[in-house]
Design a protein around this ligand. Sequence first.
Ligand code: S3P
Length: 438
Amino acid sequence: MPHVEESTPSTTQIIRPALSLMGSLRLPGDKSISHRYALLAALAEGTSHFTNFSTGADCASSLGCAQALGATVERDGSTVTVTGCGGDFQASAQPLDCGNSGSTMRMLCGLLAAQKETYTLVGDASLSRRPMERVRKPLAAMGAGIQLTEGHAPVVVQGSRLKAIDYETPIPSAQVKTAVLFAGLQAEGTTTLREAVRTRDHGELALQAFGAQLHRGLGFVSIEGGQKLKALDAVVPGDLSSAAFFLCAAALFPDSSLVFDALGLNPTRATLLDVLGALGARTSVLDLEEKSGELIGTVQIQAPKEGLGSTVVSGALAAQLIDELPVLAAIGPYTRGGIRIRDARELRVKESDRIALVVRNLRAMGAQVEEFEDGLDVPGAQHLHGAVIESGGDHRIAMAFSIAALKAEGDTEIRGAEAAAISFPEFFNLLDQVAVRA
Ligand code: S3P
């Protein structure tokens, strides 16, 4: 059945320039972790409780699919309770709607590959353009029947008895890694996933938190099939990729003082702090603790008096910073020496072609920028003016250019601003709260 696109009215946000950012923020739960908790809780036996669960529409898609598969989901704001199916999902009369969420679709493929039923997974127009072959290939090698539509959604997953594989992923992708591990959990034998670039390890940590045994080594992770998951009570750390917008904003203004409480600081996600450090900003981490395997702490940032320097993001760094690259590029013109991004071809197959949209929107604000197939060069020491920005329905583009707008001359109109709600519905309100204006 074709997915019926719900037409969301396009909303515009006006962003006025700011003088600095001040205050303390406690951010909604990490999107990557919330997805994994929702999906694993749906498979587990018993009732899981999560606090500070992501408020974004993407994670609501995961919860919606969990419910369609037979899990009981109760939600009160960011508190979520999921009673799982104890290993066996029910058939779903309707296609599973993954909305805008690539994480939901790819990770669900792994989870469903070993089930008894056949499922159809659909998404919105953007998700229906994104590549799914990357999960089909390993799951098919395990014995699952996965049919794509010209490489894309709708995806039909015909569950089957799976056999373990030893798979080296050609694309650095935590979604692919997690999909293979979710299938491996239910396969016969021990599945090993190898990755040349270390991607975020929330899938591994979540599986362990739900009671699965994993063997983790340098560049690989193995999981034995046939393990049962037990329900989990957990707090979701604040989302560092959401904090990234505020961190980059604060780094632009020497008078800023921003503190983030209970922020997720998993080392596979915290590369932005190193990059901001390399650009001259000072970040300090306090009160570090571990919860359900994830590191959580308080982060404080101070901007350099002389302005941000310059940096190059390439190789493994590009994969580790993939969600933060749009905002880093968007503040590039305000650095002294510019920002160069390479080896980031994956940006072209995100919720939008993020390289093309960043280039187009930077130029709309009057910036010089050079586009490459796998990245872009943003020279520094530029002055931008307010402009009309097109989000292209992409949450991270809407938010990245709201940050660029803070230091531009004149007001900026963010069209399609509602996209921010995909990961961070509170974004514009929080920005207004902490932005100090004349
Ligand atoms: C994610 C992994 C990344 C990232 C996405 C979330 C995850 O995607 O861009 O926002 O939760 O595993 P890829 O796996 O495609 O790199």
